[in-house]
Design a protein around this ligand. Structure first.
Ligand code: ATP
Length: 670
């Protein structure tokens, strides 16, 4: 249907190729500008042009697979829609990006491609009549009341009225749509309705290609009927099960209403409605206290009224998601068996009697009084004495969740208390985040390195901790982001510090300080053999048969290789030994007869006067034995003194006379 009368579009149009759908005349579409071609069009034509003519562009559906779209121009679909760019939104930072709002005017056919770059320009032939106004009567007259087109347009109009009648007329946009149906020329109805109802891109493309009006009516009428049937089914399902939103969704997803593009119809609103309905159910089922529930319901009400495209929608949604995820009344049951707790604590850590006693006391009182508030303990001691790891062990003993909050270097109070929601990128603080992570309201929170909190212009995090760590106040801890109180009284807070000197007095006053002393040499040897060596062997995939470390060797490592109150370096040294042995094991060294011969008979043994040189790993029949780790120092005990009873490791021992000549130097720690 060529147009000779009415408004004419320019005969040369710049072309915008889009993957984002099919623009039909009479509808408006938002198109994101991504390709270099389209970017040039926006920059050189839309942003530079000053006349109305320069805002008219040709929109052509890009039928090439977006995954394989390249710089070169694809084969152009022969029919496109001339559109008016009514809005160009975008920014040049961090990289140029634009979004166009385009209103479709009429169809055109690409007559000839005039240029390809930087953006394509084509000579076009206008296919639709573009007039200011054609009344429905004029249209009927033109088609003739008895003509097939007249009949088709009448049926189409009636179906459209039926469809709109099924929607909720109290919604302003629906009422407007009803008025629009009467005022629009009927020839425009197929395009307008096809862009509103659920149609796939392929179906829209067929409507676009239907140049003859009759064909267009024929193509869109079944789509309209399908939408009506879908709505009927939806309404029937609702009547049957008014509350079962899932069923409604399933009906939709089942293909009654295919396609998932933008539409003004009821379904779009429903999906949104379902989403908020699910959220509402979650809010009501989150068992939150009344004040928090009130706030949530208020926010939910606002959310329902907000369009999804509004930035605040996402913020409110995130807030509500967090609120429903928080463990307002979810807690774990404490394991109050004192005997089992004692065994567990002893199996995890050697010594540390004071700490263990305090935990058992807490357990005992909890047995007698179930509403006991969580104490706030502060373990103070030198690095590596097991303050952090005992915290983890306490959580395990109590059967509670464990969460560690590293406070070293934190200098912003919003790290603890969160940001107010008015800030861009606002987040809850670490306490609320931790609760969300563990999902229960009675975890063990380890506030690690509380003495290393910093101060800055962003406030003093130590002051923010005052409320958290005050048993009298923390039942109503208010994070700035949540803006409602959360009860922290069941949380067991354990702080760790290397020294009390840098802890602000007000904070220190709220905590029960338990000093953890450094270990004696004997204690370290016990810790090494009970915990560190088995742990390191496991970490390096070695068995106790493959590496046995005599107590004398451990003592030597402790006294000559480590100078510390804790056992961290000791653990590292043992790790280094394990790595060296792991290399030997991986190389597949097998013990030969000569290797198993007594060391005294070997030249090396003689060279050292019967003593092993320093820093050696000596292998026996069963595996490897570390004799000494002192490089060059002659003070380690001769192998003959290493007997089975000197081993703490349960399996295997060095048997005198099985020393090997296959020796290597003690690995340096890496
Ligand atoms: N008494 C002990 N029994 C068993 N293992 C221990 C003992 N003391 C320390 N350890 C071990 O020492 C290592 C270091 O401990 P941890 O990290 O808890 O030290 P810390 O006191 O928290 O140090 P920092 O103050 O530097 O944080 C851990 O692997 C831990 O298991």
């Amino acid at each position: 249907m060529s147009s000779n009368s009415g408004i004419q579009i320019p005969s040369r149009l710049p072309l915008l190729l889009t993957h984002e759908g099919v623009l039909l005349p009479g509808s408006t579409m938002r198109i994101s500008v991504e390709t270099a071609r389209n970017m040039h069009l926006v920059k050189n034509r839309l942003l530079k042009g000053t006349s109305l003519k320069s805002t008219i562009i040709g929109v052509i559906p890009n039928t090439r697979d977006p995954e394989h779209d390249t710089e070169d121009l694809p084969t152009l679909h022969s029919i496109g829609t001339a559109g008016l760019a009514v809005q160009v939104v975008g920014s040049n930072w961090p990289k140029p990006h634009y979004t166009l709002l385009i209103t479709g005017l009429c169809r055109f056919r690409v007559a000839q491609l005039l240029k390809e770059g930087p953006f394509p320009v084509a000579e076009v032939e206008q296919l639709d009549k573009l007039e200011q106004y054609t009344s429905p009567e004029e249209m009927s007259e033109a088609a003739g009341p008895e003509g097939e087109l007249g009949e088709l347009s009448k049926r189409f109009y009636q179906a459209a009225v039926q469809l709109v009648g099924m929607l909720d007329m109290s919604v302003p946009v629906v009422a407007k749509l009803r008025r629009l149906l009467d005022s629009l020329p009927r020839e425009t109805l197929p395009d307008v309705l096809a862009s509103m109802i659920h149609t796939s891109n392929k179906e829209k493309l067929q409507v676009l290609d239907a140049v003859s009006l009759e064909e267009r009516f024929k193509k869109t009428l079944p789509l309209l009927t399908r939408q009506i049937e879908g709505l009927k089914l939806l309404q029937k399902t609702r009547k049957l099960r008014p509350d079962d939103n899932k069923r409604v969704l399933a009906v939709r997803k089942g293909g009654v209403l295919p396609g998932h593009q933008f539409s003004l119809d009821e379904e779009g609103e429903d999906e949104d409605g379902d989403d908020t309905a699910v959220l509402e159910r979650k809010v009501k089922g989150a068992n939150m206290p009344q004040p928090a529930l009130r706030v949530c319901l208020k926010e939910l009400k606002r959310l329902k009224k907000m369009p999804q495209s509004m930035p605040e929608y996402a913020l409110t949604r995130n807030y509500l998601d967090l609120m429903v995820e928080l463990p307002w009344s979810k807690s774990t049951t404490d394991c109050l068996d004192i005997h089992a707790a004692r065994v567990l604590l002893d199996s995890d850590h050697y010594a540390m009697e004071k700490l263990k006693r305090r935990v058992l006391e807490y357990l005992a009182v909890r047995q007698l009084k179930s509403t006991l508030k969580g104490p706030i303990l502060c373990f103070v001691g030198p690095p590596g004495v097991g303050k952090t790891s005992v915290g983890r062990s306490i959580a395990r003993t109590l059967g509670r969740e464990f969460h560690r909050i590293a406070l070293g270097g934190v200098c912003d109070q919003s790290d603890i208390r969160g940001h107010r929601r008015t800030y861009v990128g606002s987040m809850p603080g670490r306490i609320i985040n931790g609760l969300k992570t563990v999902g229960v309201n009675n975890p063990v929170f380890l506030l690690d390195e509380v003495d290393k909190l910093g101060k800055s212009l962003q406030g003093d995090p130590a002051s923010a901790l005052l409320e958290v760590l005050d048993p009298e106040q923390n039942h109503s801890f208010t994070d700035h982001y949540l803006n409602v109180a959360f009860d922290l009284s069941q949380v067991l807070f354990i702080a760790t510090a290397n020294s009390t000197a840098t802890i602000p007095p007000a904070l220190l006053d709220r905590m029960e300080v338990l000093q953890v002393q450094g270990y004696t040499q004997e204690e370290k040897v016990e810790i090494a053999h009970r915990h560190l060596i088995p742990h390191q062997l496991e970490q390096h995939g070695l068995t106790p048969q493959q590496l046995q470390i005599p107590q004398d060797t451990t003592q030597d490592i402790i006294s000559k290789y480590t100078r510390e109150a804790g056992v961290r370096s000791l653990e590292r040294k043992i790790g280094a030994i394990c790595r060296a042995v792991a290399v030997k094991v991986a190389e597949g060294h097998t013990v030969t007869k000569s290797e198993a011969a007594p060391a005294e008979s070997t030249p090396q043994g003689a060279e050292h006067g019967g003593r092993k040189p320093a820093g050696e790993i000596v292998r026996n029949r069963h595996g490897y034995i570390i004799l000494c780790t002192l490089p060059g120092a002659p003070s380690f005990p001769p192998v003959s003194t290493v007997t089975s009873h000197t081993f703490t490791l349960p399996v295997g021992c060095a048997v005198p006379g099985q020393k090997s000549a296959d020796q290597c130097t003690m690995p340096s720690q890496t």
